[in-house]
Design a protein around this ligand. Structure first.
Ligand SMILES: *[C@@H]1O[C@H](CO)[C@@H](O)[C@H](O)[C@H]1NC(C)=O
Ligand SMILES: *[C@@H]1O[C@H](CO)[C@@H](O)[C@H](O)[C@H]1NC(C)=O
Ligand SMILES: *[C@@H]1O[C@H](CO)[C@@H](O)[C@H](O)[C@H]1NC(C)=O
Ligand SMILES: *[C@@H]1O[C@H](CO)[C@@H](O)[C@H](O)[C@H]1NC(C)=O
Ligand SMILES: *[C@@H]1O[C@H](CO)[C@@H](O)[C@H](O)[C@H]1NC(C)=O
Ligand SMILES: *[C@@H]1O[C@H](CO)[C@@H](O)[C@H](O)[C@H]1NC(C)=O
Ligand SMILES: *[C@@H]1O[C@H](CO)[C@@H](O)[C@H](O)[C@H]1NC(C)=O
Ligand SMILES: *[C@@H]1O[C@H](CO)[C@@H](O)[C@H](O)[C@H]1NC(C)=O
Ligand SMILES: *[C@@H]1O[C@H](CO)[C@@H](O)[C@H](O)[C@H]1NC(C)=O
Ligand SMILES: *[C@@H]1O[C@H](CO)[C@@H](O)[C@H](O)[C@H]1NC(C)=O
Ligand SMILES: *[C@@H]1O[C@H](CO)[C@@H](O)[C@H](O)[C@H]1NC(C)=O
Ligand SMILES: *[C@@H]1O[C@H](CO)[C@@H](O)[C@H](O)[C@H]1NC(C)=O
Length: 769
């Protein structure tokens, strides 16, 4: 036990029993704490009824240590806490001198994976103008930590779950008003921060404010399930003034300059975490020590039943994110029952739409799913899935083949894994994983058949976005694929790769209902592999290319050099999609989506392969705005060749899928180039291996890419980052959320940690002979 602990009598009586019972019945525990954290330096006058103000740690037995992590990304400070009982991510935002004060305001946010839940409190300076209030967390003098756990084994009669969360100390440099609190779902918080500041009256109205002894204030809100409650409390410490509650149309809290202990907690069922040692396979277990930041981040997003996409904004199941991450991280992830690989595959199968075989994109759970049900006049807390994406389905056969055919552990798990009965979605509860995998594969076979048929290679037979949807693959923002309907990545890489893997699975004994798939899927795959690239090809004569780039530099007000001297031949690339905005037949935006073909297909048409690799290498080497290269990384999109001002206007450096850098795209490009270069040491090397200028260009591009990756090591674990250009310094990294967005859209804050941005745990620079 540590010193300096003050117990109020009430707390003591209430918890001694449980402490004793733990000592008696269990061995010692994870965070090594059996602590009661009182508000620091509060006068001992805190009365007997002050229990609600005191955060109590009384964690159950954990087999591993609690993990903590602090990540600074000004104006955001991120703090993580995880033990076996709960996981919390705290984000403190405090404006910097150069922040855009319309977008960046003081904010305390706590995100929880269980139920995709959270709490946010927006603050404003009481008297001064925007920018004068700074907030920050301080370490506890009692524990030395920035965050300490909250664990109350039983809290109230309505919920059977422990009340868990975190506590810390927040400091205000001037008097402050808490103007808007939101307690419940992260999705509700996202709607408020990303939408037009939408608040739902009956959700806000359910927040209950109460004064508590010691000058503190508590907020709580019971969810729409009538069972779960979220709590947020503040208590002054170090002699700071009392918190006052101003009840009005919207109730606010007032804080004086000084420090306050905050406690954020909830009583929803928790997920079972995969600790840093459980998320990796035995031969990669030292990653937890070698790279504690990324290992802790991966562990924070990994649970026995699913991996979550990112934090804080996307702290829930996402199909594409999980599958892409698995593809890139598989060499280091834990295999077998209860391991990370089966968590990803199981989570995906569980959520398949049984009617049409579509994979689930995003799962809505917790308070927000009850809210969505309520909007449909349904009284239910049942989770929901969004099936609007068209790319997600194709990852399944690839990951199934990689694990259940190529891995010894996977093979040994085949019968029991596929014999599992689905249990997450009521509507799938009479299906096994084998049934669900079959339904998904049938969808892929059926929808790819028309294009593969004799004479079927038409634009109409390519895979389109779903009717009425403007997004459908990873560039899923309004302008992500420039209004296109037929995406490049899906048609030229994902479909043929899925088909090759269905054939391989069939050969390995899968899908016995369709014994001919070993041949039909393989034949379809070959047509899709060879005949789709040509639909997306854009060739721009050298002189036109130069004038388009100059025109772009003028239109976009890009302050850097145009580099048009680097245009020494015609420019060739593959457009982002077909059927774009303003009647563009091809969305003429240069992009990084070549990485899908590089990584997923060992294509065999040698002429096509050589020219594909040649243009890819060129884009990696050439500086933006001619190519994709910049000192801050490869831009995922370059609209310079668009030949329509709509492109420069929509693909900006503050658009989510604009002239910005995505970590996992760097990883997949690097891993894809390595796979292609690796083919040169196989027994039947492709032709490009023996074409010296091309082979050298590829090696140079690979090495250049790794130089960019290494130079941006500080950013790699983030989802996406942007830049500003300064004539003296050149490119400088800037968080995306700190830049004003394109006209008509809201600022997009990036996640500090995104599952698919942790893939450099497994992707490394390789040497080729
Ligand atoms: C001041 O901050 C608030 C809240 O962050 C914001 O809504 C408002 O637009 C800001 N005002 C100005 C003038 O930037
Ligand atoms: C808080 O403690 C951590 C170590 O636990 C330390 O790295 C950090 O600098 C401290 N922060 C402050 C504001 O003192
Ligand atoms: C929420 O706070 C109100 C006011 O203090 C209190 O009456 C109520 O019992 C609290 N709800 C829960 C579930 O603790
Ligand atoms: C919660 O309680 C309210 C009021 O009694 C009721 O209308 C609502 O249907 C309940 N919600 C759920 C999910 O049970
Ligand atoms: C209360 O909050 C709502 C939603 O943010 C806002 O539209 C309204 O202006 C606020 N009312 C007052 C009196 O501040
Ligand atoms: C599942 O697919 C069917 C057929 O496309 C569709 O009608 C249904 O709405 C989908 N289910 C959900 C929950 O979206
Ligand atoms: C839900 O019920 C209300 C009141 O009966 C009705 O006005 C509304 O149209 C219903 N909504 C849906 C989606 O059925
Ligand atoms: C599959 O599960 C059923 C019922 O749960 C069981 O009877 C059968 O033996 C299992 N088959 C395999 C191959 O594990
Ligand atoms: C496909 O499987 C069938 C048996 O189901 C077999 O006769 C045939 O030879 C296989 N085709 C290939 C190309 O392996
Ligand atoms: C771009 O042009 C500059 C200046 O001529 C040259 O140094 C550089 O090597 C060129 N880059 C590429 C990739 O061709
Ligand atoms: C492509 O070939 C490389 C090198 O032989 C190999 O490592 C990789 O697994 C192959 N990829 C596919 C999708 O077959
Ligand atoms: C700050 O952000 C607002 C809202 O996005 C934008 O309209 C404004 O131009 C930005 N101000 C500056 C100085 O960038």
């Amino acid at each position: 036990m540590r010193q300096g602990l003050l117990f109020t009598r009430h707390v003591l009586v209430r918890y001694v029993c449980s402490l004793l019972s733990y000592f008696v019945t269990t061995q010692f525990r994870c965070s090594n704490d059996l602590l009661v954290y009182p508000p620091e330096h509060t006068s001992t006058a805190t009365s007997t009824s002050a229990t609600a103000t005191v955060s109590v740690s009384n964690t159950p037995t954990c087999s591993s240590e609690a993990t903590r992590l602090h990540l600074s990304d000004p104006p955001y400070e991120n703090y993580f806490y995880e033990d076996c009982a709960s996981s919390s991510h705290v984000v403190v935002t405090s404006p910097l001198e150069n922040s855009n004060l319309t977008i960046i305001g003081p904010r305390l946010l706590v995100a929880w994976p269980a139920g995709n839940s959270g709490v946010v409190a927006f603050f404003e300076p009481e008297d001064g103008k925007n920018g004068t209030l700074g907030i920050q967390l301080q370490n506890s003098t009692a524990t030395g930590q920035t965050l300490d756990p909250v664990y109350l084994p039983t809290k109230n009669a309505s919920s059977e779950n422990p009340q868990v969360g975190v506590s810390g100390i927040i400091n205000f440099n001037t008097s402050a008003i808490l103007t808007v609190p939101i307690l419940g779902s992260i999705r509700t918080i996202r709607d408020f921060t990303e939408g037009p500041s939408i608040l739902i009256t009956y959700i806000q109205g359910a927040i209950s404010f109460s004064e508590i002894p010691g000058g503190g204030a508590n907020l709580n809100r019971t969810w729409l399930d009538n069972v779960t409650t979220t709590y947020l409390g503040f208590v002054p410490i170090n002699g700071s003034g009392a918190v006052s509650i101003n009840r009005g149309v919207n109730t606010t809290l007032r804080f004086e300059t000084g420090s306050y202990q905050f406690t954020a907690s909830f009583d929803y069922p928790q997920l079972e975490p995969l600790s840093p040692s459980q998320v990796f396979n035995p031969s990669s277990s030292d990653l937890a020590q070698q790279d504690p930041d990324q290992a802790t981040s991966l562990s924070f997003l990994s649970y026995t039943t699913k991996l979550l996409a990112g934090t804080w904004r996307f702290l829930t199941y996402f199909g594409r994110d999980s599958m892409l991450s698995l593809l890139l991280l598989q060499p280091v992830l834990s295999e077998g029952e209860g391991g990370a690989i089966e968590a990803v595959i199981g989570a995906f199968l569980e959520r398949i739409n049984r009617t049409d075989g579509s994979g689930c994109h995003e799962e809505t759970i917790g308070d927000y799913s009850t809210y969505l049900n309520r909007n449909k006049n349904i009284t239910s807390t049942a989770p929901q899935c969004d099936y609007k994406m068209i790319d997600t389905d194709y990852y399944l056969p690839i990951v199934l083949k990689n694990y259940f055919v190529d891995s010894a552990t996977g093979k040994s798990r085949l019968s029991s894994f596929f014999n599992t009965t689905a249990s997450v979605f009521e509507e799938n509860s009479d299906l096994t994983y084998a049934d669900l995998a079959l339904i998904a594969a049938e969808k892929i076979m059926n929808t790819s058949a028309p294009f593969a048929a004799d004479g079927g290679q038409t634009r109409d037979n390519l895979i389109h976005l779903k009717e009425g949807e403007i997004v459908g693959e990873w560039r899923d923002s309004t302008y992500g694929i420039g209004g296109g309907r037929i995406p490049y990545d899906v048609n030229t890489a994902l479909v043929p790769a899925a088909l090759h893997n269905i054939a391989a699975l069939s050969t390995a004994g899968f899908f016995l209902e369709h014994p001919a798939w070993n041949e039909t899927a393989s034949q379809y795959a070959q047509v899709w592999e060879d005949k789709t690239l040509e639909f997306f090809e854009v060739t721009i004569p050298q002189s036109t290319a130069k004038s388009l780039v100059e025109q772009y530099v003028n239109e976009s007000a890009f302050a850097g050099p145009s580099h048009t001297d680097n245009i020494t031949s015609d420019i060739v690339f593959h457009g982002l999609a077909l059927d774009g905005n303003n009647n563009q037949s091809i969305v003429r935006v240069l992009n990084t989506d070549d990485c899908f073909r590089l990584f997923l297909l060992n294509s065999t048409n040698q002429t096509q392969l050589s020219s594909f690799l040649d243009q890819t290498a060129g884009h990696i080497l050439l500086p933006f705005p001619v190519g994709l290269s910049s000192p801050v990384g490869l831009f995922v999109a370059n609209p310079a060749y668009g030949d329509d001002p709509v492109y420069a206007a929509n693909f900006t450096n503050s658009a989510y899928h604009g002239t910005v850098v995505w970590s996992w795209q760097l990883a997949m490009t690097a891993a894809g180039l390595a796979r292609q270069l690796g083919r040169c040491s196989s027994t039947t090397p492709p032709d490009f291996c023996a074409q010296p200028p091309l082979y050298t260009k590829l090696r140079t591009a690979y090495s250049h890419l790794w130089d960019l990756i290494d130079a941006n090591a500080a950013q790699l674990s983030g989802e996406v980052w942007s830049w500003v250009y300064d004539s003296s310094e050149g490119f400088r990294v800037e968080p995306l959320g700190a830049l004003p967005p394109p006209l008509g859209t809201s600022p997009t804050e990036s996640d500090i940690r995104q599952l698919w941005s942790l893939t450099f745990l497994a992707v490394h620079r390789e040497e080729f002979g």
